[in-house]
Design a protein around this ligand. Structure first.
Ligand code: AMP
Length: 352
């Protein structure tokens, strides 16, 4: 099904990803309708319609979907049942959501598809965590199975004595324990899959994190990521196909001495792809809109020698006047209000 410009795209989630998606959709002549429980989410400011309702309100989700020609989502921590009722109108579908919102299901799925993840154990109690520490050794990262992002719901265990505090710090919730990976670098695959199963990947960015939050993405990624990119793109394409995914799909990798390990998947556009707005012939946001509307995928070629994207996190955003004065700095501000520590407030991309 090809949706012509003029159609309405529903976006569940009204954060900066939804905002940049809506801006890309508008450029192609589509209308957008945002669904979010918050008061004035930043995506609603750039879209023609906004429904404010809870994500688990099935009746409100159904009414919203009736007003849209296709519905997509900008993040994966959503109740599945109300969206499952949308059938083919939801792109990507609920299988992508179910896998990406549960770290244990995600790791099983990745391993089942033949890709490697860090050694891990499912952990449902402090005793199981102690057993995981004994089996896997330290360092370990304890991650809650659900609702984790940007390093939230995570605790490092560097000494077996720290297991008890780590378990308490994630709130005694179902979790996974995974070995601390001694990676050389991190990179991601940003790939789109169309309704016809065609895929198209962007050049892989190298990603630098601080306290679990992405700080910088750089393309092209240099050694050791560059040599691993082709295999990683093939892995990401296989994972997207196994989910029958439609839209942008992101896979984060650790580059290790013995090859790539999958860290996690995101069934959506991703912070490590923001550089594509200025740095690629088609942005990841436009590519997502093209994929879910059944349009041909756009070129993912670099438009310059490369790009560096820096996140503006918390008070970093106060530097906006200085950044605006820098030639070649492409500033994006999300207008999210209060610049709390750790909150992604904007980003800046510089082409090489
Ligand atoms: P995540 O939320 O799982 O993507 O984790 C955020 C960041 O924490 C990653 O991008 C890594 O920088 C770091 N991290 C997560 N898991 C591990 C691990 N098993 N070993 C080493 N670093 C990790």
């Amino acid at each position: 099904m090809r949706l012509a410009p003029g159609s309405t795209i529903g976006i569940v989630g009204g954060g900066q990803l939804g905002r940049m998606m809506a801006m890309a959709a508008a450029r192609l002549g589509y209308k957008c309708h945002i669904y979010d429980p918050h008061y004035r989410p930043c995506a609603a400011e750039v879209a023609g319609a906004f429904t404010r309702a809870a994500y688990d309100d099935s009746a409100a989700v159904a009414r919203f979907a009736e007003a849209c020609d296709v519905v997509t989502y900008e993040f994966e921590n959503l109740p599945v049942a109300p969206l499952a009722a949308l059938g083919d109108k939801l792109r990507p579908g609920t299988r992508s959501l179910e896998i990406a919102q549960d770290r244990a299901a995600e790791k099983r799925f990745i391993e089942g598809a033949g890709a490697r993840v860090a050694a891990w154990r499912e952990v449902g109690s402090e005793a199981e965590l102690q057993a995981a520490v004994a089996a896997l050794g330290v360092p370990l990262v304890l991650k809650s199975r659900r609702l984790g992002y940007d390093g939230k719901g995570q605790a490092w265990i560097r000494d077996a004595d720290e297991a008890r505090t780590a378990w308490a710090s994630i709130g005694d919730a179902p979790a996974v324990a995974e070995e601390g990976v001694d990676f050389k670098a991190e990179f991601s695959v940003l790939i789109a899959r169309g309704t016809d199963g065609a895929t198209s990947a962007f050049p892989c960015p190298r990603n630098e994190h601080d306290e679990g939050i992405l700080r910088r993405s750089t393309v092209p990624a240099e050694a050791p990521c560059d040599a691993l990119a082709e295999g990683a793109i093939a892995t990401a394409a296989a994972l997207a196909a196994a989910l029958d995914h439609v839209g942008m799909f992101t896979v984060e990798f650790f580059a290790c001495a013995d090859g790539p390990l999958v860290n996690e998947i995101a069934p959506r556009v991703h912070n490590s792809g923001h550089w594509t707005i200025e740095g690629a012939a088609t942005s990841q946001f436009e590519q997502h809109i093209r994929a879910i509307c059944g349009l041909p995928l756009g070129s993912t070629a670099l438009v310059a020698g490369g790009a560096v994207m820096d996140n503006l996190i918390g008070a970093d955003v106060d530097r906006w006047p200085e950044i605006l004065g820098q030639p070649g700095a492409n500033l994006h501000l999300y207008n999210k209000g209060e610049a709390r520590p750790g909150r992604k407030m904007g980003h800046v991309t510089r082409l090489k």
